[in-house]
Write a protein that binds this ligand. Structure first.
Ligand SMILES: C=C(O[C@H]1C=CC=C(C(=O)O)[C@@H]1O)C(=O)O
Length: 406
């Protein structure tokens, strides 16, 4: 493949150039990349899906010719991808190399044109910005698990934990809505990006969302991750809000839930990194819909680890599966009556050097070509979990998608 990046005048609004029906997007605070068209699509499945993708990308990248005078995160040859949560999922895991990428980082804007070997670079015109269409309006309705069924399932998870079968498990539910098949998906992305500027607003192969949780971000030999687990609602007044955050920061239940997630990340990373540091205590992260307990992890990479190698090592973390991982996955398969698809799977991008940014697909939905939208939300269950509070937590986690549809 051949990729040529050139610097251009500032893009007004990246989203306005995205494909309205099949957007490819990774944006945070107005910066990021939008892909247009498709040069290559690789699909993967099964337990080795991320490792296979890492190997396939390494082979493609090492054979590619890349002209990249701009040299910023997201320039040069880039593939955008989304991976299924479960080994046995029927949802394909994909890496897509767009034909055109437009991007912006810290005031620098660029266009990258990508062709297969022998193809003529520059044949593809940069599309003009198109006004974003009207937002589709719809109401989410519980799908595979009714509210009563969800609380019953959480009760069974708590029993399994108290019986010593497992320490923590994340139980999710799905909710559906119907939008017009020709609705402009960018309108939903615009809303997500606007309301959740610090999250990564993403769209890859029909999966859209605004995730607060960075699985791993890799740049020039250094990497970082943001681990989230433990949540509470925002307070209605400033005083209530401060009290909610203070209570979360001292809640043994949430601190336990968080510690499992941090340990799973540190244990997975150690073999791949030269040095890794994380603070001893989590901080409280404020989102418009929730407070989360959060820990930032910084690391220096060993020589040959790409972002996808680290994703393969990390997925699934205890923030979306549980602890120990295998027992948690078995319990999820037993208790959740639906395929998570790419919900709680890795989504992001990787470049020719193996750098990239991958988040966990949370606060997200799948949109099928016929307009069926399926949103997902889960909650970490530990020994002290109360089923009704966990149900309320999933309602708050549906809010980014539910509000975007309102
Ligand atoms: C599983 C989800 O969130 C995870 C990430 C942050 C906090 C979580 C929690 O407090 O339970 C979850 O582990 C979801 O949003 O569907």
């Amino acid at each position: 493949m051949r990729a040529v990046t050139e610097r251009v005048d500032d893009h007004d609004d990246l989203l306005s150039r995205a494909d309205a029906r099949h957007p490819l997007v990774a944006l945070r605070r107005g910066d990021g990349i939008v892909g247009i068209g498709e040069v290559v699509r690789l699909t993967f499945s099964g337990p080795d899906r991320v490792r296979d993708a890492a190997a396939a990308w390494r082979a493609i990248a090492s054979a590619a010719e890349v002209v990249d005078p701009v040299h910023r995160p997201g320039t040069g040859l880039v593939a955008m991808g989304a991976f299924a949560f479960a080994d046995g999922s029927s949802a394909p895991s994909v890496l897509v190399v767009p034909e055109l990428i437009i991007g912006r980082h810290d005031g620098v804007s660029w266009v990258t044109r990508i062709t297969r070997q022998g193809g003529e670079v520059g044949a593809v015109e940069l599309p003009d910005p198109q006004p974003i269409g009207e937002r589709p309006r719809a109401t989410l309705a519980a799908a595979s698990l009714s509210r009563e069924e969800f609380t019953a399932v959480v009760g069974r998870a708590v029993d399994a934990i108290r019986a010593g079968r497992i320490e923590k498990v994340v139980i999710a539910r799905d909710a559906t809505a119907s939008i017009p098949p020709d609705a402009d998906r960018r309108a939903l992305l615009h809303e997500l990006a606007d309301r959740y500027p610090d999250c990564l607003t993403f769209a890859v192969d029909g999966h859209i969302g605004a995730s607060p949780e960075t699985l791993v971000s890799v740049h020039g030999g250094e990497a970082s991750a943001r681990v989230l687990a433990g949540s509470t609602a925002r307070g209605a007044s400033a005083a209530d809000d401060a009290a909610a955050a203070a209570q979360l920061a001292t809640s043994t239940k949430d601190l336990d839930e968080h510690a499992f997630a941090v340990h799973s990340v540190l244990d997975a990373l150690r073999p791949h990194v030269r040095a890794v540091t994380a603070s001893d205590l989590p901080f409280t992260l404020k989102l418009p819909n929730l407070w989360h307990l959060a820990t930032d992890v910084e690391m220096q990479l060993g020589e040959s680890s790409s972002a996808l190698d680290l994703v393969a090592a990390l997925h699934p973390t205890a923030a979306v599966a549980g602890s120990p991982t295998d027992a948690a996955l078995a319990l999820i398969a037993e208790l959740e009556p639906f395929d998570r698809g790419r919900y709680a799977g890795p989504v992001g991008w990787i470049d020719q050097d193996g750098d990239g940014e991958w988040v966990i697909a949370l606060r997200c939905a799948r949109i099928d070509d016929d307009g069926l939208l399926t949103a997902y939300a889960g909650a970490g269950i530990v020994a002290d979990s109360d089923p009704d509070s966990e149900l309320a937590e999933t309602r708050m986690k549906f809010r980014p998608i539910a509000d975007a549809l309102r």
